[in-house]
Design a protein around this ligand. Sequence first.
Ligand code: SAH
Ligand code: MG
Length: 215
Amino acid sequence: MNDNIHGYIESLLQPRTGLLAEMEQYAAEHRVPIMEPVGMDTLLAVMKLQKPERLLEIGTAIGYSALRMAEAVPGLHITTLERDEERFNKATQYISQSGEQNRIRILLGDALELAEQAAEDGPFDAIFIDAAKGQYRRFFELYEPMLKPGGVIYSDNVLFKGYAAGTDAPSKRLEKMAQKIMDYNQWLMTHPGYDTSIIPAGDGIAISTKRSEEK
Ligand code: SAH
Ligand code: MG
């Protein structure tokens, strides 16, 4: 989104306090890529409309988005996957500090190897993909069978700082990542089992609703 517009919306948001503010500060200091305020706010607005009861998150980091979702959506239970042990430990600590440990279950490991364990908590009303950018399609294909018909898959970072929309990436590595995201978007938008829209908020959020019957 246009930086001015984005900055304006961000300036209107209430700053977070307490534990959430502490987590934002930790993330900034340790360069943990948690969702930025406008993207987070937009995602929560849509989830409040959807009212999922069970959600699978791929990419916990320190538990920031999980906690925000749990706070925003009453009755929501979250299963969230993280492969980095240090972040997993930090997330476990923050979630227990928040008192939401009964609503948020964190599993340590590579999401591509946790399907069996995650399935114990399914089927899901929603899946939030926010992990390794090059693997989005694999995450989607592995976990979408656990999504109920009418359920929603949210994918974060699908505009990748604008690089996915043609802004020149400053390095070959970022250019390659942008290409992978563009391939995912193309694949996702033409998936016969899902209706997808992309919202240009935050780093770009794709919202894919599972059709009850394939066309
Ligand atoms: N959703 C979080 C941010 C997640 S950052 C928030 O907004 O608060 C992405 C996280 O995904 C990182 O912590 C990274 O370690 C994790 N990750 C990347 N690939 C993964 C994989 N294959 N399996 C599990 N976790 C993965
Ligand atoms: Mg993200």
